[in-house]
Design a protein around this ligand. Structure first.
Ligand SMILES: Nc1ncnc2c1ncn2[C@@H]1O[C@H](COP(=O)(O)OP(=O)(O)OP(=O)(O)O)[C@@H](O)[C@H]1O
Length: 216
């Protein structure tokens, strides 16, 4: 479902990715682990089409990313890819439902239907009583679950998550782990997760270990 071949990336003189080949199948929870500076986030950004490699090719759902124009790429990304970051990046002035439906509105979907879907996602995430709460009125774990609902609103082929449990305590980390696996089991949702959380990595379907710009 995601194929990367010969990915290289450098920033100035620094060669961060030195030739990465990778295949990710639908319904897999894949963790990318490795020491700080190994290139994990850089790889995630390239797989997620947020950054371009200096060499190599990425395809998502059989679409070769480098062949898309910038406009086609943003449309493709919004429709096919969900993102979850360490810090939720919810908009403070919007409530949970309003935050979740933003990618759907950008994709031109019907507002009422999107709200209905946002509410059912919130119910699935055990947040049915938080629909009208703004981010400041939610706990860290709740904010992260709202961010996951936002990532899922357009039924993405894949969700990329960068340290999604990094700002959570162990109980909330555990809840988020369970949620990833529940979404995989019930919806065949694919996740690619950069993490220092080894408990999560060990429970994943696959652990990809990076070191110095290579996969070990
Ligand atoms: N935009 C950039 N410009 C210059 N250097 C960068 C840029 N992004 C990343 N780097 C450098 O590339 C290297 C790899 O960074 P990356 O964030 O991919 O590592 P990482 O494995 O995710 O590390 P961590 O676990 O600390 O988040 C680091 O040395 C970093 O400083």
């Amino acid at each position: 479902m995601i194929t990367a071949r010969g990915i290289k990336k450098q920033f100035g003189d620094l060669q961060v990715l030195k030739g990465i080949d990778l295949d990710i199948r639908q319904g897999e929870v894949v963790s990318i682990v490795g020491p700080s500076g190994a290139g994990k986030t850089t790889l995630l950004q390239i797989l997620g089409t947020l950054d371009k490699p200096n060499a190599g090719e990425v395809s998502v759902n059989n679409i070769a990313i480098q062949q898309l124009s910038e406009k086609e790429l943003s449309r493709f990304r919004n429709a096919n890819i969900g993102f979850v970051f360490q810090f939720h990046q919810l908009l403070p002035e919007f409530n949970a439902v309003e935050n979740i439906i933003l990618p759907a509105l950008i994709a031109g979907k019907n507002k009422a239907k999107s709200e209905e879907k946002a509410r059912s996602l919130l119910a699935f995430l055990n947040l049915h009583d938080r629909e009208t709460h703004k981010p400041a009125e939610l706990s860290g774990g709740e904010k992260q679950r709202v961010a996951i609902a936002r990532a899922l609103i357009n039924d993405p082929a894949v969700v990329f998550a960068d340290e999604p449990t990094g700002s959570l305590d162990s109980q909330n980390q555990e809840e988020l782990h369970k949620l990833f696996f529940k979404l995989r089991d019930e919806f065949k949702q694919t996740f690619v997760i950069v993490t220092h959380d080894l408990h999560l990595a060990h429970r994943s379907d696959r652990e990809i270990k990076m070191k110095d710009g290579y996969i070990e």
